[in-house]
Design a protein around this ligand. Structure first.
Ligand code: SAH
Length: 361
């Protein structure tokens, strides 16, 4: 039993089943997630007997850091070893007013978008809760140890985005539990406003996300019509644009605090014309969302090129003129292959791509 898989309520149940007081749960969470202690012997407010029992029955196991690379712009990428020889990556992006951690939710990705290195790697499996929250633990505590400057509230990671390897909404339950731990005041105390789930558009899961754990939502749109989107994001054949846009509308309905962003990768000569921009404006009519244009990041054997700066600016100006808040995402960490869509890790046994997608359907 790896206690990194346990949420607050899981731990309360664990302790009460063993005749212990429920507050042991918050004590353990504080030691582990706030203070970074994973040795039961150091948890001095627990009795010796309880510590021994925890040692006998449980573990606190984390992914192992294989390498850390630091970009010229300060972005960091960790390669993490999981059990069974799979490896995943996570990225820390420091900015003046925030520190963002980009976490992975799966080993590889089942969706196979044609412009994404992770998709090209294939898919092995969903990450466990421990492997998702473990990324935040490793980043926060290793950066603290290095003497990184923490923000006022004592945290280095102020924002988490599920934009690493994988499609978070096809690993729904584990992602939700990891978010619960991120938000727990005895752990990281992150506001839901500082957590973003990015999806290629698993339509039924978007409503479930709003019901169970409303956070900021980013949609990887990349095309304003079905014909093109079917080619770029094959998932679109299952959940076409009309159903995706309807789900987005529902997500932000009756709650203007919920933020919606469309991500749009700029592929030269593919989806970056004036007509595409105009079609996008039409598609987004009356939808309170902003747009992040992402200049395409190349990877070995990628069949696309990045749009020119001029084309990106023209595209952006068309959206701005229609009152759509649009920014061009700054490329960070591309010298260490840490930019959007470049995460690869190491995915063994990639044969499970199709079955998993069917399972979710
Ligand atoms: N599967 C989820 C999470 C991945 S987020 C999703 O699709 O939203 C990673 C973001 O980077 C997505 O918007 C993805 O479409 C984008 N991306 C993928 N490959 C890219 C590339 N080569 N260059 C720029 N952005 C890319």
């Amino acid at each position: 039993m790896n206690l990194f898989n346990f949420t607050h309520s899981d731990l309360v149940e664990f302790f009460t089943q063993r005749g212990e007081k429920p507050f042991r749960a918050s004590q353990i969470l504080k030691w582990v997630h706030q203070m970074g202690v994973v040795d039961f012997d150091e948890m001095t407010n627990l009795s010796k007997v309880l510590r021994q029992r925890l040692k006998d029955e449980t573990t606190l196991t984390l992914p192992k850091v294989v390498t850390v690379q630091v970009s010229h712009d300060g972005t960091r990428k960790w390669l993490l070893q999981l059990e069974c020889s799979n490896q995943i990556e996570m990225v820390f992006i420091p900015e003046d007013d925030r520190g963002t951690l980009c976490v992975s939710s799966q080993v590889g990705c089942p969706l196979n978008c044609s412009f994404c290195a992770t998709g090209k790697q294939g898919f092995n499996r969903n990450l466990e809760v421990s492997e998702i929250i473990g990324q935040l633990w490793l980043a926060e505590h290793s950066l603290r140890q290095e003497g990184f400057r923490a923000e006022e509230h004592g945290r280095i990671i102020s924002n988490v985005v599920f934009m690493g390897m994988g499609e978070p909404l096809t690993n729904f339950n584990n992602v939700i539990k990891a978010i619960e731990l991120m938000r727990d005041d005895f752990c990281y105390g992150l506001s839901w406003r500082r957590i973003t789930v990015s999806t290629a558009g698993i339509v039924p899961a978007i409503a479930r996300l709003k019901e169970t754990s409303p956070v900021c939502l980013a949609i990887s749109l990349h095309a304003p019509n079905d014909e093109l989107r079917n080619k770029l994001v094959p998932l679109n054949k299952k959940y076409p644009l009309a159903s995706l846009i309807a789900a987005c509308r529902e997500y932000v309905k009756d709650d203007d605090r919920l933020k919606l962003t469309f991500e749009y990768v700029m592929l030269r000569g593919i989806n970056d014309s004036v007509d595409h921009a105009k079609a996008l404006v039409k598609l987004m009519r009356h939808l309170p969302a902003k747009v992040n244009l992402i200049p395409f990041n190349p990877f070995p054997q990628s069949p696309y090129e990045r749009s020119t700066q001029e084309v990106i600016d023209t595209f952006r100006n068309i959206l701005l003129a229609a009152d759509i808040m649009t920014i061009t995402r700054k490329t960070r960490g591309d010298d260490i292959d840490a930019a959007c869509g470049q995460l690869a890790g190491k995915v063994v046994d990639k044969t499970r791509r199709i079955p998993i997608l069917m399972e979710q359907d």
